[in-house]
Design a protein around this ligand. Structure first.
Ligand SMILES: *Cc1c(COP(=O)(O)O)cnc(C)c1O
Length: 379
């Protein structure tokens, strides 16, 4: 039998090992060395963002956001019900009450039409996720947050280098977060970044990231010793990881074009079968240039989805689903989550299936995936 096709595989672009060796030999393996600075410049230059700080993960960049916005017990934070746990947990860690918004049927993004009814005087942040790297309806969301003076934090873990009406995702909110986890488009195993678009937050962000000290000011020669000036933690990655990331970021256009080719090939190869089978394919609105983070299909029911997973597995193809509705999780229920609260999330969560997508997925392998999917009869 042909080798198994994994769902995801970390792929090297070429210079990763060289840069990692260089980082070690330079003798500065701690954070904020030369490779970290190169990553900051690549991200700031690439996105046109005011300031970027590498972090140990997207989860930690979200935690930093909650600290920066001074989230307090009793504050409300509006989040999509269909997302990774960190989008919510980072704010709950500060005592916030999550307010779950349902998603749109087309893009599976937070449904902006529901937001006016969810905003209260206690709303202290709105945290949209650009699902699959396809932008949320940012005109509507930004108009709402600015009218109400509510900080916008974009969880852009899926959407690095995607755009909405020509503007890069991650540059709309006062803060935005990126992930460089192994499963994301650009990776260093575990890693993340905080994008700071509101420069009034920059100095406190540096302090929070450096254990509550003004160490960054010290290194810039602005103070002659550094000391404890506020609350914080240790959110900066080793320069060895930044070296790995730097090689990937330098190759971002290559990575994105590989992924876009794979994504388009799926869209074409599955189109006819999907139409015949009542299967929904991803929807990308015209104003969105997507990030090609994932390719998913929406099968007619949970039963069909599970049968498809088994069918693909028998052909050596690993396909996965994700995001159980957060409002119905054990933690979500403690915040009053109940069945029927976010019907689209509940429905989509049962029916979504992600197909293998990694930078080096070969055409012959992808053909095996497409053939396996198309040989499944939806009854
Ligand atoms: C992957 C992911 C995260 C967490 O990223 P880490 O870097 O693993 O902490 C957060 N939000 C979303 C939407 C994600 O997909």
């Amino acid at each position: 039998m042909s080798p198994r096709i994994p769902f995801n595989k970390p792929c090297l672009e070429g210079k990763e090992l060289l840069y990692v060796a260089e980082a070690i030999l330079l003798g500065h393996a701690a954070g904020d060395g030369s490779f970290t600075k190169r990553c900051h410049q690549l991200l700031e230059g690439g996105l046109g963002a005011a300031r970027v700080l590498l972090t140990t993960s997207c989860t930690h960049a979200l935690e930093m956001s909650a600290l920066l916005l001074d989230i307090q017990p009793g504050d409300e934070v509006i989040v999509p019900a269909f997302t990774f746990v960190s989008t919510v947990n980072a704010f709950v860690l500060r005592g916030a009450t999550p307010v779950f918004a349902d998603i749109r049927r087309d893009t599976l993004n937070m449904d902006e039409k529901l937001l006016p009814d969810l905003i209260t005087s206690r709303t202290k942040a709105i945290v949209p996720v650009h699902y699959a790297g396809v932008a949320c309806e940012m005109d509507t969301i930004c108009a709402l947050t600015s009218r109400h003076g509510i900080p916008l934090v974009e969880d852009n873990a899926h959407g690095l280098f995607a755009r909405y009406k020509g503007r890069f995702l991650g540059t709309f909110g006062c803060l935005a977060t990126q992930s460089f986890h192994e499963t994301k488009n650009i990776t260093c195993g575990e890693g993340g970044a905080l994008i700071i678009n509101d420069l009034s937050l920059k100095e406190r962000a540096e302090i929070i990231r450096e254990k509550g000290t003004d160490r960054s000011r010290f290194f810039r020669g602005q103070v002659d010793k550094y000391t404890w000036v506020g609350i914080g933690s240790s959110y900066l990655p080793s320069d060895i990881l930044a070296a790995y990331l730097c090689a990937q970021l330098e190759a971002w256009t290559v990575i994105q074009s590989k992924r876009s080719n794979i994504w388009r090939r799926y869209a074409e190869g599955l189109k006819h079968w999907a139409e015949q089978s009542g299967v929904q394919m991803p929807v990308v609105p015209e104003e969105c240039e997507q990030a090609y983070h994932m390719f998913y299909i929406l099968l007619p029911s949970l039963r069909v989805r599970q049968a498809m997973i088994e069918h693909l597995k028998a052909s050596g193809v690993m396909a996965v689903f994700h995001y159980l509705p957060l409002h119905l999780s054990a933690m979500g229920e403690t915040f009053g989550g109940r069945v029927g609260q976010c019907p689209v999330t509940e429905d989509v969560s049962d029916r979504l299936l992600r197909l293998p997508l990694y930078n080096d997925l070969r055409p012959a392998e992808q053909d095996r995936v497409i053939d396996a999917v198309c040989s499944f009869k939806v009854d």
